[in-house]
Design a protein around this ligand. Structure first.
Ligand code: NAD
Length: 299
């Protein structure tokens, strides 16, 4: 019977479904890196989310491992090429959280447009600042989507349904209607990033790009820390050129550096702790997709 180690949290019904499929499953979702090094040789498969890092020294110890399953988009926490060189498959669940992230980006746009965090904080502080909170509507505005993959397209569909004009930039997607990045930046009221963090996308939005944005534009960052230059974002906000930003991901998670804490503390900044995929539905879909992968590769 194949043995599977679950290192990060996975929905309980998914664990039961794996057992029902004839796999021996050990759930150790608080396992430390040191403990993992000691036990990994016993397993044919492992399931990770974001917490567990699967780097070369661990892979060297994983002498029986056939498959590493990552619940989520991307495999940033796994040395995937090294694993492949050892004959270990690395698989993830890329589509399960697309709707959840697109909905968070949309929620962030609404929250910025109507200053929900500020209005909430002001009322809880005992005030009734009705005149202070004249917001803006999303209908009739232009959304620029950078990275037109699963999440970018899902967000674009929702934004069009709200009466927004959508511009998209993605050099790897060949289809009508996409625009150069500079054109997107010049025309957008909201810009939302939905692309991986690579050498090429590092600081995709920095000082020069913020300068191209209209005064009063707003930026949504729910992709990966590093695609936005946070120091340049801080300057663009403090100068008053950008009206606001909402951030779900950061170059440092959790953020501890003084520069990041200064950015987060700005009143025109809304932050969430990397919760893009954190919905009941996305977690269920991730669980279902992992079960399907376990059945295919281990049972
Ligand atoms: P995807 O692979 O379907 O789409 C990514 C798109 O980015 C692709 O179409 C690709 O061509 C494009 N791209 C690559 N390089 C580019 C560049 N230089 N310029 C413009 N576009 C470029 O991925 P997805 O499922 O849509 O996810 C998008 C990102 O969202 C992921 O990379 C992941 O980092 C992030 N994500 C965040 C959360 C969260 O919790 N906030 C959850 C899931 C995914």
């Amino acid at each position: 019977m194949a043995k599977l180690l679950i290192c990060d949290s996975v929905a309980a019904p998914a664990v039961e479904a794996m057992r029902a499929a004839g796999v021996t499953v050990d759930v150790r979702d608080t396992i430390t890196p040191e403990e993992l090094m000691g036990v990994i040789a016993d397993y044919d498969g492992m399931v990770v989310r974001s917490r567990t890092k699967v780097r070369a020294p661990l892979i060297d110890k994983a002498t029986n491992l056939k498959v590493i399953l990552r619940g989520g988009v991307g495999v940033d926490n796994i040395d995937a090429e090294y694993a492949a060189s050892k004959g270990i498959k690395v698989l993830n669940t890329p589509a399960a959280s697309s709707n959840a992230v697109a909905e968070l980006a949309l929620a962030m746009m609404f929250a910025l447009a109507r200053e929900l965090s500020k209005a909430d904080a002001s009322m809880k502080a005992g005030r009734w600042d009705k005149k202070l909170f004249e917001g803006a509507e999303l209908a009739g505005k232009t959304l620029g989507v950078i990275g037109y993959g699963r999440i970018g397209r899902t967000l674009a569909d929702k934004a069009r349904a709200l009466g927004m004009t959508v511009l998209a930039y993605d050099p790897y997607v060949k289809e009508a209607g996409l625009v150069p990045l500079d054109d997107l930046l010049k025309a957008s009221d909201y810009v939302s990033l939905h692309l991986p963090h690579t050498n090429e996308t590092h600081h995709m939005l920095s000082t020069a790009q913020f300068a191209l944005l209209k005064k009063g534009a707003r930026v949504i960052q729910a992709s990966r820390g590093g695609t936005v230059d946070e120091a340049a974002l801080y300057e663009a906000l403090v100068s008053g050129h950008l009206a606001g930003t909402a951030l779900d991901v950061f170059t440092e998670e959790p953020p501890k550096s003084e520069a990041l804490l200064k950015l987060i503390a700005l009143p025109q900044v809304i932050v969430t702790p990397h919760i893009g995929a954190a919905t009941v539905e996305a977690q269920e879909k991730i669980g279902d997709e992992i079960v399907a992968l376990v059945k295919e590769h281990l049972s």
